[in-house]
Design a protein around this ligand. Sequence first.
Ligand code: GLC
Ligand code: CA
Length: 558
Amino acid sequence: MSQLASRDERPWWRDAVTYQIYIRSFADSNGDGIGDVEGIRSRLPYLKKLGIDAIWITPWYPSPQHDHGYDVADYMDIEPEYGTLADAEELIKEAHGFGIKLIVDIVPNHTSSDHAWFQAALKAAPNSVERYRYMFRDGKGVNGDLPPNNWEAVFGGPAWERVTEANGTLGQWYLHLFAVEQPDLNWENPEVVSHLEDVLKFWLDRGVDGFRIDVAHGMFKEAGLPDITKDPVAEMLGTDHKPFWDQEGVHDIYRSWRKIFDSYPGDRMAVAEAWVSPASRIARYVRPDELQNSFNFEMLTTLWKASEIKKKINHSIDALAEVGAPTSWVFNNHDVVRSVDRLDLGLTNHGDTTRLRQGDPAQFNIARGTLRARSAALMMLALPGGAYLYQGEELAVPEVRDIPEDRLTDPRWKMSGYLDRGRDGCRVPLPWSSNPEGAFGFSKDDTLTPTQAWLPQSAWWGKFSVDSQDGVEGSTLSMYREALAIRKAEQGLGDGPMEWIQAGEDVVAFERPGDFACYINFGAAIELPSNSQILLATGPVHGHTLATDTAVWIRLIS
Ligand code: GLC
Ligand code: CA
């Protein structure tokens, strides 16, 4: 296989391993049970030792926290619960001192209803400049009693909320594709466009290396806001067309954002959270003059099946190669059921997670789930492109399914009519120590108990702690550290070519430059090539026999 541009010659974002920090749940520095900026700062040495290249911090702006920060009240400041702007600036500098890039989460589709703009819009009259920043419309029916169209919010229920006008009468409706407290911005309004550009510059000026763009396929809505036509099959497959997703207008925005990134020194970048399919639609977000990365969510919806995974890898790589962009693999984030549970139970994050989140343990086999999640990670880290890790996956924490109902906080819980427990189960504060003091080491304050953390930690949570895995051979943490170290040392991993190895129907196997190969076995035990030297494995390997659900990195010795 051909030799590649060395890591120093290519932009870092082509194959970076980025660690997602869900700030509320990462580390608490002051004992209030809520993670914060100082907590992240104190754990930079841990992140350095893990071997990641960059961190992505979920929204840390002032917010009433109806959707834990994805409801932004002010894009140019820090939520007081998390710290100050000065703390954030210090963190950016310190991360850079450790050689770690930092990207922030930008939420352009909607603001918080607490945002000064929305408060002003509520007080202003219909058709005012203030209302034009959002999606206000008159209702249908007699007296405008019915919502302007039939759109539904992602979290459940109608996507429209009626407001009371200044004179006390029921008035217009506003669009919220997510929670009621997340009014959609009007991207046809140049003032919105220019404000968000100012926001980007504000953070670029403070040294951030890039942005994760929330709901990057949202923002623009089809002209006339037509009703949606319902097709249950297309919905299940995720191929249905919605007049509020993936509209042409977003690409103009990303073209102008790209110019802003390029006007700064260093390789500033952005990664799109665009839940669109097929892969050819994703490719449109990463054309050479648009964004650099777009999450590849294929693996969030995959079954643990070799043929399906191979197909998804091929589609993803081919579609993005056409525009010269790298793929960005993801197996976990703060919106989906943890891979340990998912890959064991065969959940695809298409509605079937509701059942799991309701606490039905089904036939959950944690040992098998853990092995599969580890093998998935090794596969991801050997594939061409970048990878996004979500805090806790390096510890193989499972989904927490026993959060008491009265402690659930995800807006999805209420908006689904208390049918879907929502995403809290993958957001429980990290266990740093096996001792329950300080909420298993999540908090600097030893007196904080596990149930006093903002989301309660279960009694068994400490089993997965950092301290119980640190330096322990065969632990998931040790595996991630070794994998990332090897990935760094092998110049050919990350960006660059791959070739499939035909190793049977139930095996995913591919070669990378440097006689490096990765095998993942989904079926009965197989024999690895006799010339393989094992570099790393997700489970025991006896001789050259690779057991079910196990993955290895090998060097093929000639
Ligand atoms: C994205 C975020 C999710 C949030 C939603 C609304 O999908 O990842 O957590 O609830 O956008 O902002
Ligand atoms: Ca705190």
